[in-house]
Design a binder for this molecule. Structure first.
Ligand SMILES: *[C@@H]1O[C@H](CO)[C@@H](O)[C@H](O)[C@H]1NC(C)=O
Ligand SMILES: *[C@@H]1O[C@H](CO)[C@@H](O)[C@H](O)[C@H]1NC(C)=O
Ligand SMILES: *[C@@H]1O[C@H](CO)[C@@H](O)[C@H](O)[C@H]1NC(C)=O
Length: 415
């Protein structure tokens, strides 16, 4: 039963699946009135653009839409419709998210949302539908011939990415490990390593920090940018390569055109022919652990679903919309929302820690970026923790001063 095709993730484990699916359409219809952050004015197409839900007869690519044509995030009438996967697995965990008491969460949650792209799931009408959304949520402004060849190479996952450990209670326990300075001196390493699966992302430096961050990596989430840039940025801390534990699973978060160039080279086992990574051999970056059966590419609809239903930021309603996107950590956390313990993510007392555990006790100014809304994410993690959706690692030390600084930083974060 576990090998049923396309079943990718175990957070999709629901007992009353049939009943749930029956109500799903209705839930979607009600979405806008129930979830306040979704209630934006004018959920219609921007002026001058004819919205249409692409149909199966599409034979040619949609003429290119340009991000520059939209002052704020365009909302299409098929905005909240997503590519869904096959039926979820039966729920084997007595303590699953299905029992979340957070009504808003269960309403927004789609158990069989498609997590990963693969070559058999993309065709011209899908291309045209997804061309209405900016990257990483779609292909707006990308030329068909530049991206489609890579999409057509993505292997089809053979089964779910994660399975419960044999002989266990049917639950899957995951640790999602961020890079926050809160981990330095935490001594959480053994606890992290004791999970069934350990997720890491970006510059996941381990050597020398095992006691605090653990040493195992079961799933590593990255983009072409993060896997290449981390090597340079963290070289001085002894970082030599992305995690490459035996049997590790790699998840690619395709941010832009350069990621599809990366994927094309990776799948073909060739040097990249064009773009910023021209002449590089992507397979080199996986230290011999690249295996197409263990390589996953996040689906654009999964990312848009998260943005629309969980990570909606007021910035989308401004000219910042083109640059804004949730952090890789945020996307990672949702990949596996069943029994997740989260370490090294931003907390209320973030000012007390370095922005990255590799900086040890050096309290660098928290590094805010225009492209991310850390405050929105911080509030969401806190809310999820309080609603028992996740367990967020926090330190229970009394809060100390720094109010002025905080206000200043918050202002800057909003800039
Ligand atoms: C759910 O959303 C409503 C409307 O935004 C809000 O008033 C309520 O407090 C939320 N419930 C929870 C449990 O967060
Ligand atoms: C294109 O792909 C989508 C998503 O997999 C599918 O629903 C649709 O039926 C496909 N259309 C054609 C013409 O194959
Ligand atoms: C978005 O912007 C419009 C126009 O400036 C405003 O009326 C609306 O309240 C804003 N919505 C959100 C959710 O910020």
């Amino acid at each position: 039963i576990f090998m049923r095709e396309g079943l990718v993730i175990l957070r999709l484990l629901w007992f009353s699946r049939t009943a749930f699916l029956r109500t799903l359409t209705e839930e979607n219809r009600l979405q806008k009135s129930r979830i306040t952050w979704w209630e934006r004015e004018g959920s219609t197409s921007p002026p001058g653009v004819t919205a249409r839900k692409p149909v199966d007869e599409d034979e040619t690519p949609l003429p290119l839409l340009s991000k520059k044509g939209f002052k704020t995030l365009p909302l299409w009438d098929f905005e909240d419709i997503y590519n869904e996967d096959a039926d979820p697995l039966p729920d084997t965990c007595a303590d699953s998210l299905r029992k979340s008491k957070d009504e808003n969460f269960t309403k927004a949650f789609i158990p069989n949302i498609r997590l990963f792209s693969h070559k058999d799931n993309i065709n011209m009408s899908e291309w045209n539908r997804l061309s209405h959304f900016n990257n990483p949520y779609g292909f707006m402004g990308f030329k068909y011939n530049e991206v489609m060849p890579a999409l057509k190479l993505i292997p089809k996952p053979e089964g779910p990415m994660l399975l419960p450990k044999p002989g266990g209670d049917g639950c899957i326990r995951c640790a999602v490990v961020g890079t926050g300075g809160i981990l330095y001196g935490s001594k959480k390493g053994a606890e992290i390593d004791a999970h069934d699966y350990v997720f890491r992302m970006n510059g996941a430096i381990i050597k020398g920090f095992e006691e605090d961050v653990g040493s195992r990596t079961s799933v590593y989430i990255h983009s072409a940018h993060s896997i290449t840039k981390s090597l340079l940025l963290l070289k001085k801390y002894g970082y030599k390569s992305a995690p490459h534990d035996e049997g590790i699973k790699y998840v690619m978060m395709p941010e832009g055109k350069k990621d599809f160039q990366w994927l094309e080279g990776l799948f073909k086992g060739e040097r990249i022919s064009t773009g910023p990574y021209r002449n590089r051999d992507p397979r080199m970056y996986y230290s011999g652990q690249y295996d197409e059966q263990r390589f996953y590419v996040l689906h654009q609809d999964f990312l848009r679903y998260l943005r629309n239903r969980f990570l909606n930021s007021p910035r989308l309603n401004s000219t910042l919309w083109r640059k804004h996107r949730p952090t890789n950590g945020a996307f990672t956390l949702f990949l596996e929302t069943l029994r997740v313990n989260v370490y090294g993510f931003i907390t209320d007392d973030y000012e007390k820690y370095a922005s990255y555990y590799v900086h040890k006790n050096t309290k660098s100014e928290f590094f805010f970026r225009m492209s991310h809304d850390f405050f929105m994410e911080k509030e969401l993690w806190k809310h999820f923790h309080n609603s028992k959706i996740i367990k967020l690692y926090q330190r229970n030390e009394p809060k100390t001063g720094g109010k002025k600084l905080k206000a200043r930083r918050e202002r800057r974060g909003k800039d």
